[in-house]
Write a protein that binds this ligand. Structure first.
Ligand code: ZN
Length: 663
């Protein structure tokens, strides 16, 4: 047994919880005890709130409610992380259990009529704008959760929500634990792949080479492998992750959510889940997708013709470009038409330098500094811990878990592990990615895409950290409408396309030469190609996510929908025998609202229009952005935050300009 977390030992409302979240390196039993302790604290705090006699106000009611959320938030978010990343199966299992308990607690709370009544009864005289908004939003969320339904209905809601937690975990587990590989018989099949890739994949004793379907192994195959059969095999393997296990899991998820939406008074889950988003309804989300599909039509068709023409040089008379050929021929088009070879930038994007670059640039823009901590306990030896300081004061802490390993979350994401609260606790967050550079014999050369992903996830991280000084935990961190949260992350990607920015860190790993400005210009120009096809791919995801949730589950056949939408929005024929939906983790976490990425991108492009493109390292606009958009967290509606920064509501113009750049 190891040391308990500082939270569990502290008196409620006193002192701060500023120690690193993984303090004490607990084993599975200790981890369970820590999280149980937090939930007990949360329960006790809710009881104290309910026991208050006399007139209710912010001081005697909201304060205790928010206090309970502090414990719940920490328990839930840490379990949510650990179940996805811990190397020890026993700890991952303990974390899944802890996560279930935290979510069950949260569901109970959301259906607790007495708590709702207590919050409704508060006298808000003298409360500030953020507090009023918090109360109004909280009461709405209670109603959305079904607090005003009769007891039998609430019981059924509770059972469904608990069941959905288990289904979601099963879905994620099947994705995480799929160890599918592609076997290469001879090194000659790897022709076209970068030398460091080939060096990283030595043949086994039987002479065969094993490739995984993780990003660092699979993405280069799609872009560079000359061997079409290898690309096709990788495509099929990659698009069958967690198949067939997740087919039935997904169907169950969809059916349960539909039932839940009906119980809550909504026609379907899509309408229910969009009710508290910027978009407002399933219909509006569908209209938005249509608008994006329409806007990208001509450009996507042109791009496909260009790909086909390029393929016809290799395969005279070819009539179609297949899905496993699109990255490969896009790469060749960029080479031929834009004189750009994406491998030519990799030597400038060594993982360690990129990491330093991300830190230095955000530091310069936003006026904070970062300090690596060497003596902090972490859940895996490869994880690095950092502190964020402002004016010499500790204001946040974060962890970088950046390379693939077995049984680890296979995509890229930011996990909050403690939402900051002003004067009480500093925020902590973890970036979980799967970049090259984790092995001793690997220089860790990243694709530009990876660099973009790093900036993207770091955009979430700084949002989480800068929004960590609200008065209420419920308003802190990334607590805005869900269809806004991808705006700050996608906006920070812009910095990866700027030569002066890149030259601050992107140096050739052998010669130390900074990345030439001309090469960055070529990369930018080349990136124009394929944009509309990518937008179309995103709309396949968005419409699938919406469609499986906007109708009766009896009409949902995910295979048929994937095939139909692929054919409707994309020129590449659907590849029979693939089922990308089984590894589309967002179908759980985002459910019907994958459109969020494009919606947020429209806003991100508009936000970026305020920056001076000739000097992206100038801090003035960045500080204003930090104050207007990031620091407020969820203390005001996102549309208002955006309006404050832009001095007008957002519109599509900047997005449209971006889409049509260079055409
Ligand atoms: Zn994101």
């Amino acid at each position: 047994m190891t040391i308990l977390s500082p939270v569990a030992g502290k008196a409620a409302g006193k002192g701060s919880d500023d120690a690193p979240f993984w303090t004490g390196k607990p084993d599975a039993a200790a981890f369970t005890k820590i999280q149980d302790g937090r939930l007990a604290k949360a329960r006790e705090t809710v009881d104290r709130m309910l026991a208050v006699k006399g007139k209710r106000n912010v001081e005697n009611t909201l304060k205790l409610y928010d206090e309970a959320l502090i414990y719940l938030n920490v328990a839930g978010s840490q379990a949510g992380l650990i179940q996805e990343v811990h190397p020890d199966a026993a700890l991952r299992a303990a974390a899944e259990k802890a996560s279930q308990k935290a979510q069950a607690f949260s569901t109970d709370l959301s259906l607790n009529r007495a708590v709702y009544d207590a919050l409704s009864a508060m006298d808000l005289k003298g409360a500030d704008e953020a507090t009023r908004y918090y109360v109004e939003r909280t009461l709405r969320d209670f109603r959305l959760a079904g607090v005003d339904k009769d007891e039998a209905t609430r019981k059924r809601i509770k059972a469904l929500r608990d069941e959905l937690v288990l289904i979601g975990q099963e879905f994620a587990r099947n994705i995480r634990d799929d160890k599918r590989t592609v076997i290469v018989n001879d090194v000659s099949e790897l022709e076209g792949l970068p030398a460091d890739y080939i060096a990283r994949h030595k043949p086994g004793p039987d002479g065969k080479i094993t490739l995984t379907i993780d990003y660092p192994d699979s993405l280069p195959v799609f872009s560079y492998a000359k061997n079409e059969d290898l690309r096709k095999r990788m495509y099929v393997a990659y698009n069958n992750r967690a198949f067939p296990q997740n087919m039935a899991v997904l169907d169950r998820m969809v059916a349960k959510r539909h039932e839940l939406a009906n119980l809550l008074g909504y026609k379907n889950w899509a309408d229910y889940i969009t009710a508290d988003k910027m978009v407002g309804s399933g219909k509006n989300a569908a209209d938005f997708i249509d608008r994006i599909v329409e806007a990208s039509a001509a450009k996507a068709a042109g791009e496909y013709q260009t790909l086909l023409k390029r393929k016809q040089k290799d395969v005279p008379g070819a009539k179609v470009v297949n899905a496993w050929e699109s990255s490969y021929y896009s790469e060749l088009v960029r080479k031929a038409d834009h004189d750009f070879d994406s491998q030519s930038v990799r030597p400038y994007f060594q993982y360690a330098r990129v990491k330093q670059g991300v830190l230095d640039i955000t530091s310069r823009l936003f006026g904070v500094t970062f300090r690596q901590l060497k003596d902090v306990p972490v859940y895996h030896p490869s994880v690095e811990a950092y502190e964020m300081l402002e004016d010499g004061k500790l204001v946040g802490r974060f962890y970088l878990d950046m390379h693939p390993r077995e049984n680890k979350f296979s995509h890229a994401a930011e996990f909050s592990v403690r939402t900051g609260v002003r004067g009480r606790q500093i925020p902590e967050a973890v970036l979980v990615c799967n970049f090259p550079g984790g092995e001793a014999n690997d220089p860790g050369l990243m694709e530009h895409d990876d660099v973009e992903t790093f900036f993207h996830e770091f955009g979430h991280l700084i949002h989480e950290l800068f929004a960590g000084r609200q008065q209420w935990v419920g308003l802190g961190g990334i607590s805005t409408e869900q269809d806004f949260i991808e705006a700050p992350s996608q906006m920070l990607e812009e910095w990866t396309w700027d030569a002066p920015v890149l030259q601050t860190f992107a140096r050739h790993y052998q010669t130390n030469e900074p990345i030439p400005a001309a090469l960055v210009r070529q990369m930018r120009r080349a990136s124009e190609f394929g944009k509309a096809l990518t937008v179309r791919r995103q709309m396949v995801y968005a419409k699938l996510s919406l469609s499986i949730y906007d109708r009766d589950p009896a009409q949902v056949n995910t295979d048929a929908m994937v095939k139909g939408l692929t054919e409707q929005y994309q020129p590449f024929p659907f590849v029979d025998g693939t089922h990308f939906q089984t590894a589309f983790g967002h179908l759980d976490g985002y459910s019907a609202v994958y459109y969020t990425y494009m919606w947020s991108l429209v806003i991100a492009k508009d936000l970026f229009s305020q920056f001076d493109r000739s000097n992206l390292l100038a801090p003035a606009v960045a500080r204003r952005y930090r104050e207007a958009i990031l620091s407020p967290g969820g203390s005001r509606p996102a549309a208002k935050l955006v309006e404050t920064f832009l001095h007008r509501p957002f519109n599509f113009k900047a997005w449209q300009d971006w889409l049509n750049e260079g055409s």
